[in-house]
Design a protein around this ligand. Sequence first.
Ligand code: DAH
Length: 347
Amino acid sequence: MAELSELSAKLSEIKSQITSNLATITSSKGVYEYRKTVMDSKEGKIGSLMREMGKIPKELKADYGKMVNEIKNWAQDKFDAMDAEFKAREMKARYDKEAIDVTLPEKRQKKGNLHPNTQVRNQIVDIFGSMGFQIYEGNEIETDYYNFTALNIPQDHPARDMQDTFYLSPEFLLRTQTSAGQIHVMEAQQPPIKIISPGKVFRSDDDATHSPMFSQMEGLVVDKGITLCDLQGMLDVFVKKIFGEETSTRLRPSYFPFTEPSVEVDVSCFQCGGKGCKLCKGTGWIEVLGAGVVNKKVLDGCGIDSNVYSGLAFGIGIDRIAMLKYGINNIKLLFESDLRVLGQIDD
Ligand code: DAH
């Protein structure tokens, strides 16, 4: 019996040790670590008690086991209770720290968008791209020859006055039209040719609808049997995609030195449906671009036999389309980088 009273004393000692040790623990992690050391089956104060069983006389084994189990349960309960208490406290502290005031106004996330000109350019590229056009990137600095002479605008031609040019030298200038790219393409390549050429152009011009720098998209198709009908067919698809399925085109005679015949292309007013409104100035039509059948002189000048091939060309003002499409009445708004304006247009 001596063994049992010894054990009982030992257990009381262990209990009071555990109780005083637990009083110094301040976190659930601390409880976990301490529990591990106490319950360790080799070295733990409680965990190792079972190993002693072998030394206990047979008739005392049952009582011994009971007492060990009792202290085991006592300790487990204590650890569990402390663990639960700390965890609840820690959870609350975390909630308090991470608390979100759902009544606060949201932080506005500014969503970026492409510039309206870029949006329109991408749309036009997609439309003509889907018709098989390839992109040609021209040069912003051109020679007088490519910008004018090769396009059938010789030195003293009155058409030069139509475009106030920034000359860099007598020979070099900032291109006034993407049409200059037509010549490079036709010099480098025999038909079939089917390109669009978007880019910046420059003219000494400055008012509500004109800016010294603006963007155009040139189109050029050269092949056997190309006619004005092909032009109207393509442009019909173009205006329907840009301005709406209900719109259509109208060709009006015009004059450009590099096309013969030349046309101005109007789109039926997408605001009033053709009845007449402020946007179309009561006419039901809005001018959107210049175009025509490539002048034979231009083809021949580039080494393309105008008896075999014919071509069509068009020049679209990208800013103009953006202004029409998004109801912008001053071209400066496109260049002032005011995000309150530009941020509204996300097509
Ligand atoms: N280059 C002309 C301009 O800037 C626009 C233009 C008109 C281009 C007719 C063309 C065309 O290719 O055929 O005013």
